[in-house]
Design a protein around this ligand. Structure first.
Ligand code: SF4
Length: 268
């Protein structure tokens, strides 16, 4: 008798979208915990020192897209910054013109978001923004996200996209402290889709690969992991579980024991 294969739960970007697209290698933000950086180093495409230098994949800029049967997340291994905005616009237009739905993920610069919303207003129904905001404390953001915009700029971007009538959501993954309730209440007025909460995954091993194994970073990482204990996560979940606008990433789902989808892109 043949055994039926147990389907594996989806995690990471696959929880949000069926497809990933990128047009740049490396990311100027150089977040300490970056998963994309650790993978690029593991597979020899980048080193800890070269990750911050962005290299445009020029071939991608002329890529012709067809309409896909699911949402495309863009970008997933770099960000959108004033320095690469022209490239981003070209690539994004090609995706949108084919009729695709796009999840635009960024630690956003307000100027970039204003330009994107103005240029792509006719594609508004195909776009959902998902801004990564792991803390409202700028000292925390500056430490972990290094070169990315501060909290006020990210909040201003969220508020702008919301006011311009776009679908807005936030990724608090990785959550960079244990002040999630305060963060949620500051973001909530500008979110018409969802706020996702997730822990930092495999933090210390990624930091080591990414060249951030100095004692200060490791000490802060261990303190962060400890502050996001199962008890903290359970309590947080209990306080927000009836709010359909708060969603939980795989790292939280595992702790609280809720359904983990096995199909990619369901965004649940
Ligand atoms: S913004 Fe994203 S891709 Fe860029 S370094 Fe940070 S985590 Fe990595």
């Amino acid at each position: 008798m043949s055994k039926q294969k147990k389907e594996k739960p989806v995690f990471g970007t696959k929880e949000w979208a069926r497809y990933n697209e990128n047009c740049i290698a490396g990311c100027a933000n150089d977040c300490r915990y970056c998963y994309a950086k650790s993978m690029a180093i593991r597979f020899g495409r980048k080193t800890p020192d070269t990750w911050g230098s962005e290299v445009i994949d020029t071939k991608k800029l002329t890529k012709r897209f067809n309409k896909r049967d699911g949402r495309i997340m863009f970008p997933t291994t770099h960000d959108i910054t004033p320095n690469n905005l022209n490239v981003i616009m070209t690539f994004l237009e090609n995706i949108l013109k084919a009729g695709n739905e796009v999840l635009i993920v960024s630690k956003p610069h307000p100027d970039c978001i204003e330009d994107i919303t103005r240029r792509f207003v006719e594609f508004r129904e195909q776009i959902m923004f998902r801004f990564t905001i792991g803390s409202c404390n700028n000292d925390v953001l500056r430490f972990w996200d290094q070169n990315a915009p501060g909290f006020e700029e990210r909040l201003a971007s969220l508020s702008y996209a919301f006011g311009a009538g776009f679908k807005t959501s936030v990724s608090c993954e990785p959550l960079l402290d244990n002040q999630a309730d305060g963060l949620i209440s500051m973001l909530y007025p500008y979110v018409n889709d969802a706020i996702w909460i997730g822990k930092a995954n495999k933090l210390t091993s990624r930091l080591k690969i990414n060249g951030h194994d100095d004692p200060e970073t490791i000490r802060k990482a261990e303190a962060l992991i400890e502050s996001q204990s199962d008890d903290y996560i359970m309590d947080l979940y209990e306080r927000h579980k009836s709010d359909t606008r708060i969603k939980w990433k795989d790292s939280v789902k595992k702790v609280v024991g809720i359904y983990m989808p096995v199909i990619s892109g369901l965004d649940i």
